[in-house]
Design a protein around this ligand. Structure first.
Ligand code: TYD
Length: 137
């Protein structure tokens, strides 16, 4: 069965010039074609972002600088928390996962790779609606 949330580790390629990490769509680590990327940075101290689920959009979250925490709630009610604090750590978040991003360090840059173009109708922004949809699933 497909896991709703999965921690992955990207291989680090390095030589005397420095380090390099690749994310490629459609592979084992990012199992979707990447249609969109965005990143979150310069966050207000103590802020909690996200607070939504997607119907369809699949995402890979990578904190390329600094650190942040991602809290997830699965359709079956299971809750998990993930600290992203190194650029080789990725968190695959499938659709229908309620997620929050929080505890951003001052230097945090959270990169998100997405399987879909931006579409506000793909968002479930009401927690009550998420709970109702969960019961139906
Ligand atoms: P929002 O979903 O509130 O961010 P977060 O997931 O961090 O809570 O998005 C902030 C604003 O940016 C909102 O007006 C929607 C807009 N936006 C786009 O236009 N395109 C995008 O790809 C994303 C992710 C957001």
């Amino acid at each position: 069965m497909l896991a709703n949330v999965k921690e992955v580790k990207f291989p680090t390629r390095g030589d005397e010039r420095g380090r390099l990490i690749v994310q490629e769509g459609g592979g084992d680590l990012v199992p979707f074609e990447i249609k969109r990327t965005f990143f979150i940075f310069d966050t207000t101290p103590g802020i909690v972002r996200g607070n939504h689920a997607h119907h369809k959009n699949r995402q890979m979250l990578i904190c390329t600088s600094g650190a942040c925490t991602i809290d997830c709630e699965m359709p079956d009610g299971t809750k998990t928390s993930h600290r992203l604090d190194w650029p080789d750590k990725g968190l695959l978040v499938e659709g229908m996962v309620w997620h929050q991003m929080k505890e951003f360090s001052k230097d945090a840059v959270l990169l998100v790779l997405a399987s879909e173009h931006y579409d506000e109708s793909d968002y479930i922004r009401s927690y009550d609606e998420f709970l109702k949809m969960r019961q139906k699933a």
